[in-house]
Write a protein that binds this ligand. Sequence first.
Ligand code: MRU
Length: 327
Amino acid sequence: KLPLKFEIVNCSNYREVAEAIKSMKIRGAPAIGVAAAFGMVLAANSSKARTYQEFVQDIGKAKIYLAHTRPTAINLFWALERVMNLINIKKDVNLFELKDLILQEAKNIAQEDVEINKKIGRCGSLLIKDGDSILTHCNAGALATVGYGTALGVIRTALKEGKKLHVYVDETRPVLQGARLTAWELMRDKIPFTLITDNMAGFLMLKNKVNLVIVGADRIARNGDVVNKIGTYSLSILARENKIPFYVAAPLSTIDLSLKSGEEIPIEERDPDEVTHILGKQIAPTGTKAFNPAFDLTPHRYIGAIITEKGIIRKPYEKNIKKIFIS
Ligand code: MRU
């Protein structure tokens, strides 16, 4: 309900968590991963299983249910897998203790997310100069993570280090994460920003009002191709044309090493009503056909650097991504 209303949604079972993810009450790649891990905690706690096998069956069902919410962000599957791996390893502990361990694992995932974001912030800040004017898209901030942000985390850190910055916020149609969430966060944290509609970005770059772009990511293939909020690809082209660096900030858990290129990343298509309507108000004639891919693919050649918690990855991405995982 942001930016006009702030409400906390309480979920008391894993189905409610899944609904919250699907309807985007909680969104942003890292945040949905953490939410899904806590969904597994709720599933574990409500399980009436008496044996380990029965328990695994119950949790397996919950895992499938939670996994069928949003297909693009890898963090969701990564977090579910991490909880499942723990369950597979701890075959020998009693169910009471196992439930406790699952809770602990979800808490760890949440806590690590904040620490990882701060590390991304410190690495990314090296790329930011005093006086920079930064364009960001969608919301890759506290509202998309446990509390600090990836792209906005970099901006937060640079500001903390004393650099003066200005942020241009793309409104990010159709769901308006920029106007509703990023603007709300930046306003709350007193970070100077200007809101623009998505189609203004090119003109701003042409007029030298923006000298850097930083976005988050929902999934990165092992060749460095990035899938992020729809509109990211166009920004990368505009940045290239205007000789402006284009950076992606994301935790390593967003990199899907199993995928050779971004072509293999599933792109969620959402209800066309999000395009024909804005905040529930119809803006197109009744019966208008609309297309609504929620994400797009930015080929790695347009990306100046991928900022992770373990450092800044540059081209050639395939080689350097591999290197960072084994370092
Ligand atoms: O559809 P959303 O709002 O979940 O999409 C979010 C994004 O595309 C973010 O840029 C991405 O998840 C990174 S959030 C740190």
